[in-house]
Design a protein around this ligand. Structure first.
Ligand SMILES: [Zn+2]
Length: 154
């Protein structure tokens, strides 16, 4: 008796779903015009680190000090001592013998005026670094008053 000989003729046709590989990506991104390839502008390095960490991690501290040296250290000190003050009208950093108004990365101090290279956008006095650090960490000391009133004694 020839048993059922399971003729399962399943059309082994190799008819795999249309796998077209669809790889025609038009590779036309040839815009190598001008951009310094691959070098991330250092300058927001520590800002990104800080923002991600939300606090002064050792990594963030060393990134700041790497870039700004002693100014970075002074900035960090100022932030940890809440010497970055936000008034209604100005952001102020309390230094050792004076207070400085920092606006848009600029500052009223002599360091900024005489020592820093104005051509270098990354060159900052420690006051403006401090403002950036404090802002990133939400460590700015807010004062609901006008600095123009407060600083009468200056
Ligand atoms: Zn300054």
């Amino acid at each position: 008796m020839s048993g059922a000989d399971g003729v399962s003729d399943e059309k082994a046709d190799g008819g795999d779903a249309t796998d077209d590989g669809g790889g025609s990506d038009d590779g036309g991104r040839d815009t190598s015009a001008g951009g310094a390839a691959g070098t991330v502008p250092d300058g927001d390095d520590w800002r990104a680190t800080l923002a991600a960490a939300g606090r002064l991690t050792p990594d963030a501290v060393s990134a700041i000090v790497d870039e700004h040296g002693d100014r970075g250290l002074q900035a960090i000190d100022a932030v940890s001592e809440s010497r970055v003050k936000q008034y209604r009208d100005f952001t102020v950093v309390v230094g050792f013998s004076d207070e400085y108004v920092v606006e848009d990365g600029g500052c009223t101090c002599k360091d900024r005026a005489y020592n820093l290279d104005r051509e270098n956008p990354d060159a900052r006095c420690w006051h403006s670094i401090a403002v950036e650090v404090a802002t990133a960490l939400d460590r700015v000391d807010h004062h609901d008053m006008w600095y123009s009133d407060v600083r009468e004694f200056l």
